[in-house]
Design a protein around this ligand. Structure first.
Ligand code: UT7
Length: 323
């Protein structure tokens, strides 16, 4: 059975770090409120002129370096973003040209904060179908460009960044002891559009627009949707929460991560947490956190890793990966 092995990962964060105290100089907020409600202490913000494709390319090159694979060997790029450089072409094609990939194909997927899990599922299915041997899956965002910096209920929550993984086709027995992506599980429910959306776009207002969020409602849905999809992923593989070595969740709010850990009966030490330093980087948060835990040696070969995310749409999903 064909499996998608994660053979490398990499990330990139813009150099500029903005602390809560720095934000509180221009926004009616405080470090105490932001840390207490979300766990966020600081975020990285892209420099003027630094685009999503710049962040994505840097993360992709770092992932390729770890995998010891040349850009020319990549067959597919799936890039998850809600903040593309341009309306078209896809940001993925800009990355394609910049990593020296002249064959294959590249496109974007849009599932906001669930984007990386969606992109991983798409690439995994191309590999399982035998159509692709090597794929780059990227999550990259510059949310600083679409938040309303006068809206304290949203602007304090987001940051910029990018993360990437390299997938390569490998053989497995078809059970949960295999290395690689064991399964992915995606959901959406378009009825909740008005709880988390951007109030602009090329075909509606002709303007880029700003993030609008009913935070408390999103929080409530996130907790229940994530619990359900995690159960679904474990059941599909005949696994129990105790089998999970690491949870690499979307980083929206520390309280959501604590709720997930409690629900799974796992100690917080098994959750990879970056929300304190990165804030919510939307599609980039899962690969940023994964790269951090692989690079610092927490996540090791053979470990069972649960990835999960929830975002605008609503969209949500999970993936189980044996490293
Ligand atoms: O990534 C996609 C998924 N997104 C999420 O999962 C986000 C989910 N939601 C959340 O993380 C939380 O709901 C928030 C962190 C956004 C907000 O926390 P909350 O505990 O739900 O607070 P709230 O929105 O109910 O606001 C409580 C109070 C309000 O004041 P009143 O009406 O009680 O007087 C707000 O006006 O806090 C006020 N407030 C602030 N105060 C200081 C809202 N934002 C701020 C702020 N600084 N930045």
């Amino acid at each position: 059975m064909l499996r998608s092995l994660i053979v490398g990962c990499g990330s990139y964060l813009p150099a500029r770090v903005v602390t809560n105290d720095e934000l509180a100089r221009t926004v009616d907020t405080s470090d105490e409120w932001i840390v207490g409600r979300s766990g966020i202490r600081e975020r990285h913000i892209a420099a003027e002129g630094e685009t999503t494709s710049d962040l994505a390319t840097a993360a992709a090159l770092n992932a390729l370096k770890m995998a010891e694979i040349e850009g020319s060997e990549v067959d597919l790029i799936v890039l998850a973003t809600a903040t593309p450089d341009h309306t078209f072409p896809a940001t993925a094609t800009k990355v394609q040209s910049r990593i020296g990939m002249t064959g294959g194909f590249a496109f974007d997927v849009q599932a906001v904060c669930s984007g990386f899990v969606y992109a991983l599922a798409v690439a995994d299915n191309f590999i399982r179908a035998g159509q692709v041997r090597t794929a780059l899956v990227i999550g990259a965002e510059t949310f600083s460009r679409i938040v309303d910096w006068t809206d304290r209920t949203t602007c304090v929550l987001f940051g910029d960044g990018a993360g990437a993984v390299v997938l390569r086709a490998g053989e497995g027995r078809g059970d949960s002891s295999d290395r690689g992506v064991l399964s992915t599980h995606l959901h959406s429910d378009g009825r909740h559009h008005d709880l988390l959306y951007v109030d602009g776009g090329p075909s509606s207002t002709g303007k880029v627009g700003h993030v609008c969020m009913a935070g408390r409602e999103v929080f409530r849905h996130a907790v229940s949707n994530l619990a359900e999809v995690v159960d679904e992923a474990l059941a599909a593989n005949g696994l129990k929460p105790g089998d999970i070595d690491w949870v690499v969740p979307h980083q929206a709010n520390l309280r959501i991560l604590e709720g997930t850990a409690r629900k799974l009966g796992l100690p917080m030490e098994r959750m990879v947490v970056t929300v304190d330093r990165h804030a919510n980087t939307s599609a980039a948060s899962v690969p940023l956190a994964l790269t951090e835990a692989v690079t610092d040696g927490r996540i090791k070969k053979g470990d069972l890793v649960l990835l999960e995310a929830m975002g605008g749409g609503f969209t949500w999903g999970a993936g189980l990966v044996r490293m």
